[in-house]
Design a protein around this ligand. Structure first.
Ligand SMILES: Nc1nc2c(ncn2[C@@H]2O[C@H](COP(=O)(O)OP(=O)(O)OP(=O)(O)O)[C@@H](O)[C@H]2O)c(=O)[nH]1
Length: 387
């Protein structure tokens, strides 16, 4: 049979394990990860104080244990709010822990009541679960796959709140010998409720750890898909996305256009103004292109000074128009701008039934080659090639 002390020790161990894993991820700098880590450590300390309560002075066994556990919960609340980019009311959370400690002291020294202390501690947990659950539900728009992590956290919040309310109800309706008069008293009901009590904090900290892990993976994926210098899609990511868009066009028979854009005489810019000025021009181009293009278009850097734009739902005329707009926008830059004096040559092609991405690229490349041969600083479409 599990003893109540063992239940607390298991809770402490689970919290400590979560703390160590989060400690290893500290360099990730995910907002909220620090709070979840400290919550796990405080949770371990709170559980240890509960577990060895009988051997400790009353001040540590009652006030300190409950305050440390409440502080762990408050820090966890802050962690979840930061993880979902919500504000944290640090003063409010600190004050809530203080109020809890004062009430526990009241039901210890002024009016000694195990039931009173239980109600205070349990209601605190119910409110904290409410805040965490509410934070998660309010941030539904930020939810990305896998959804099981959010479902897991919500389920733990719900079960913990239900467990605490059940604990209050049980103590209220069944006072007397079947109900314990201290946390460590080995009654079946206390083992059950304490199980929920001790495991919920490490379970929630573990849920926070899973969220932190997801954020790290998403950041790494994003970095792998982006060109290091300009932030446009990397060549690899552009081709991967391009294959997908070509497959979609094949299935839906919707138009898909491609622009290939190359800086004119970029080498002299590098040679005259330096490589750094060239880098700045490439970065400024991507910023400006993103403001001209639709949000549904994909801009990738496919070579040193060569970019490609995949335009779903655009026919050749729309693609050529977008190319012209972009060209004019770059031409219109003033002296002192990193793009001053830069012009672009652009080739446009339209996806044809059964075209592979490679074939589409090849046709846009032929149009680009003609734009260069035509004196540069112009947009050429494949239809113009046919004439
Ligand atoms: N600053 C900078 N330059 C780069 C980068 N990648 C490639 N380049 C330079 O871009 C230039 C590309 O030159 P080319 O495409 O051969 O020719 P161009 O001078 O642009 O002339 P045309 O394309 O024929 O109009 C080379 O000088 C490369 O060194 C980069 O990341 N930063």
């Amino acid at each position: 049979m599990l003893s109540t002390q063992l239940v607390f020790l298991i809770g402490a161990l689970l919290c400590a394990l979560t703390f160590f894993v989060l400690y290893g991820l500290a360099a990730s700098r995910v907002a909220g990860a620090d709070c979840v880590r400290w919550a796990a450590l405080l949770g371990a300390a709170g559980n240890l104080l509960y577990a060895f309560g009988r051997a400790l002075p009353p001040l540590l066994a009652y006030e300190a244990a409950n305050a440390v556990y409440a502080a762990a919960t408050a820090v966890l609340v802050a962690g979840f709010r930061l993880l979902f980019r919500r504000s944290v009311h640090a003063k409010g959370l600190s004050a809530s822990v203080l109020v809890l400690a004062v009430l526990v002291a009241y039901f210890h020294y002024v009016h000694d009541s195990f039931f009173g202390r239980s109600v205070v501690v349990s209601l605190y947990q119910v409110m904290a679960m409410g805040v965490i659950g509410h934070t998660l539900l309010r941030a539904r728009r930020q939810w990305h796959k896998p959804y099981y992590v959010k479902a897991f956290i919500l389920a733990v919040c719900l079960l913990t709140a239900a467990g605490h309310l059940g604990r209050i109800g049980w103590q209220y309706v069944a006072p007397g010998p079947i109900n314990p008069t201290s946390l460590l008293q080995p009654a079946p009901s206390s083992i059950f409720f304490l199980g929920a009590f001790c495991v919920s904090l490490p379970a929630l900290a573990f849920g926070g750890l899973l969220l932190v892990h997801r954020r790290i993976v998403a950041t790494v994926e994003e970095a792998a898909n982006r060109d290091f210098l300009t932030g446009a899609l990397s060549r690899r990511a552009f081709f991967k996305l391009g294959e997908r868009e070509v497959a979609v066009a094949g299935r839906t028979h919707r138009p898909l256009a491609l622009l290939l854009i190359d800086f004119d005489n970029f080498k002299p810019i590098n040679d005259k103004l330096g490589h750094e000025a060239g880098d700045k021009a490439l970065i400024a181009f991507v910023r400006r292109a993103e403001s001209v293009l639709r949000t549904t278009d994909f801009l990738g850097r496919v070579g040193g000074d060569e970019f490609a734009v995949l335009m779903p739902e655009a026919d050749l005329a729309a693609a050529a128009n977008a190319g012209e707009r972009l060209k004019k926008r770059i031409e219109a830059t003033r002296e002192g701008d990193p793009l001053a004096g830069v012009t672009l040559s652009i080739g446009a092609a339209l996806w044809q039934e059964r075209d592979s991405l490679k074939e589409l690229m090849k046709r846009a490349d032929t149009a680009l080659y003609r734009a260069k041969a035509n004196g540069r600083n112009c947009v050429m479409t494949e239809s113009a090639l046919a004439n």
